[in-house]
Design a protein around this ligand. Sequence first.
Ligand code: NAP
Ligand code: MG
Length: 474
Amino acid sequence: MRINLKHYINGEWVDSTGSEKEDVMNPATEEVMGTISMGTKEDLDRAVAAARAAYPSFSQTSKEERIEMLENIAEEYAKRKDELIDVMTDELGSPLKISEKVHYNMGYAHFSQAAKSLKDFKFEEDRGGHTVMKDSVGVSGLITPWNFPTNQTSTKIASALAAGSPVVLKPSELTPFAAIILAEIIDAAGVPKGVFNLVNGSGEVIGDGISSHPDIDLVSFTGSVGVGTKIMQNASHTIKSVSLELGGKSPLVVLDDADVEVAAKTAVNNIAMNSGQVCSAATRILVPSSMKEAFEEAVKNVLNKFPVGNPREKNFVGPLVAQKQWDRVQSYIEKGVEEGATLLAGGTGKPEGLETGYYAKPTVFTDVKNDMTIAQEEIFGPVMSIITYDTVDEAIEISNDVVYGLAGYVVGQDPDTLKKVASSIRAGRIVVNNAAPDFAAPFGGYKQSGIGREWGDHGIDEFLETKAILGFPS
Ligand code: NAP
Ligand code: MG
């Protein structure tokens, strides 16, 4: 059992001013794995005041000092590897291998990438008649979801610290313990007091408080479109900068010259990874009509290689994060059947022998039309929709026929067609032929998938203001 009833404010672990507590569940066992304190508006005010007090000196630190700070954090982060993996498997239910190879590694990558990106970052540019300077945006409020407990927190923290902006973080109440370890890591790295603050609590109290706080200059949020809308509304009263990473309904375009096995594996991997609880997952698989049967067959075969089960054993697919998420996924599967899609694999209910834990069956629908609910709305679970197309132009049109634009994927061989599809999908990140991850590449969405970009130098830029100086003495 992990019990942490404190918040990290002004360089210290302090008691909450309130008495409300919340249990954190292990989604694989449905047992309580820990307890946190639900912060109050007073706790938030203290954290914001600490960040505000740290701002004048922190925003003036040199680039070299901040590079060293980020490198120290990465070093301390690496020391907590085993514990981070363990805690994410407990609070999120992600298989140990995924907790390590995906979650742990992504957090580390963001701190080391921010240090690297900072080395080449230009904070001042002489443009002939004037000088453009980049200046810390001020105090930043960070609100994060549960599906990538170290990735989303780390990219925001690393970028803000690289920019010289002090922060107040509110992680998801479902996965607070990875963030608590991050706070310990930042403390051990010697980050000055007030530069990083953590307040646990609910979205309704602390998240809402952050987005409406008069002393916060920027809100960086990752989560659902619904909450993103509320955050923009709140932030509008004080004209805060807003950076939003919201949902997705990303297409994978399988070209007619693609290897069908590779295409099927790519598709299944997208719904299996993190049990499909991935904002950038490809969930609409666009397949040439001529390849339909072969693709369906290949998908059925590949599914067997992604068994569902206890995340502490050797499995690829763990449970969903919570009962609420399980219910949501079930209702979408029911909706798919109701609207006339053909169930190729999976379906409602729990996989055999997995009655305890929020396990869902990896589910594949075929004969899906792009206007069906399962093709338009984000399910956030292991559910795939196969949609057929006849021409590449049609595939592009279907790809773009959603309110989202976070990511897009394409597999195939002809370079001109790959380029055409990659440049025509209106989304912030396109992955061609399973290209390896690159933490220097910007991440973020078009359309209702968000505003702004995270990761690397683009991520740092989000936490900066632009200042023009005319007549700057040289
Ligand atoms: P969510 O309900 O939007 O919650 C995200 C965060 O916002 C949590 O910390 C939540 O707090 C907080 N929150 C809730 N209500 C709030 C309010 N009124 N004001 C301010 N903050 C509030 O999303 P989720 O269920 O955690 O995550 C799933 C969603 O996030 C999906 O739609 C997914 O696509 C999206 N997502 C996007 C990305 C991306 O990078 N684009 C990455 C991951 C997830 P509590 O829950 O702790 O109360
Ligand atoms: Mg909540």
